[in-house]
Design a protein around this ligand. Structure first.
Ligand SMILES: [Zn+2]
Length: 326
């Protein structure tokens, strides 16, 4: 595990952990769980051929509650992967159920987890489902699907949240083009909105790189690397990424590079004003905040830094600027 909870409730990432500062009372990252954890420092493995990064491990796996969102249950995961592999071989659709609390008002008990927004083709078992309790679950399953079945496997995979589905390739927002598509989609809702409410879209997986500025400032919003988009009539839109996080992780995420699963939100008034400026004026730069709500530690995990020579190559189309790749 890459996260643990301290006695005061703060969440610490494995590479941030310092016994002298944080003490050695470490608990499972799930606030409901409280299973005791131990720190395992970075070490060389496989005859010094590989570096195993620092992590937190359970004192005893049986200490975790059954609904724990942070515990990696290897036996269950292995079984789940087997059934996905089988389904992929048979050309079935894989449905990854996002069984996660993503908003403050989310009522997990009311979530119809078995509702799947797929058109039935009449066949009883034309898809297989797998639950995901955390961003780690998602990354693990996605990597497995890509390894076993390549792009075709990914094309046959959708993410289900509250009965609505999205193809996995749209769910993973990893390029500027995908950010542009997401923004354009949300702008349509802003433009046609009758109730003037904030615009929220289906959850996405993003790579959030908090700026070093954010770290230095110690308080205030956690900002990610901004993105520039050229618009019509010489206009330029600067998309500012903002993570709205609970106080338990405000220090945790400062200056960090993490994967986040969250719902993107645009403030209606702000987005409306920006949209009008882009539609009516020219040769200007406008700024817009894209908000990502983080209510639980299950929504983020640190990006493991890879050395450049082990990074997979040629996985982006020419002209695409990749933000992250698996
Ligand atoms: Zn736990």
């Amino acid at each position: 595990m890459k996260k643990a909870r301290l006695d005061d409730g703060q969440v610490v990432l494995a590479h941030q952990y310092n016994k002298a500062v944080h003490g050695d009372h470490l608990n499972c990252a799930d606030p409901e769980c409280g299973a005791p954890m131990i720190f395992r420092r970075e070490a060389l493995t496989h005859g010094a051929a590989a570096l195993r990064s620092a992590s937190f491990v359970s004192k005893s796996v049986s200490d975790h509650i059954s609904t724990c969102t942070a515990h990696e249950d290897f036996a269950i995961m292995a079984k789940r992967k087997k059934s996905i592999e089988q389904a992929l071989r048979e050309g079935k659709t894989v449905v990854l159920n996002l069984n996660m609390r993503l908003m403050e008002d989310f009522n997990a008990a009311a979530l119809p987890q078995d509702v799947i927004g797929l058109a039935s083709t009449g066949e009883k078992y034309d898809y297989v489902t797998a639950p995901m309790k955390s961003v780690e679950d998602f990354l693990d399953l996605m990597t497995m699907i890509e390894t076993k079945a390549g792009q075709k496997g990914l094309d046959n995979t959708v993410v289900n949240y509250k009965g609505k589905t999205l193809p996995i390739m749209e769910f993973v927002v990893d390029t500027r083009d995908k950010y542009r598509d997401l923004l354009n989609k949300m702008y349509k809702s802003v433009d046609t909105s009758q109730d003037r409410k904030d615009v929220t879209d289906f959850p996405r997986l993003i790579n959030f790189r908090a700026t070093q500025n954010t770290k230095a400032r110690d308080t205030g919003a956690i900002r990610g690397t901004p993105m520039n988009f050229a618009k019509a009539r010489g206009n330029r839109l600067v998309l500012l990424q903002k993570a709205n996080v609970e106080k338990e992780f405000q220090q945790t995420l400062r200056g960090e590079n993490v994967f986040i699963i969250a719902q993107p939100t645009l403030n209606y008034g702000e987005a409306q004003a920006v949209l009008r400026k882009l539609q009516t004026q020219s040769e200007q730069t406008v700024f817009l905040n894209l908000n990502w709500q983080v209510v639980g530690a299950h929504q983020f995990t640190p990006v493991e830094e890879q050395s450049p020579d082990t990074k997979p190559k040629n996985r982006t189309q020419p002209g695409q600027q990749s933000l992250f790749k698996f």
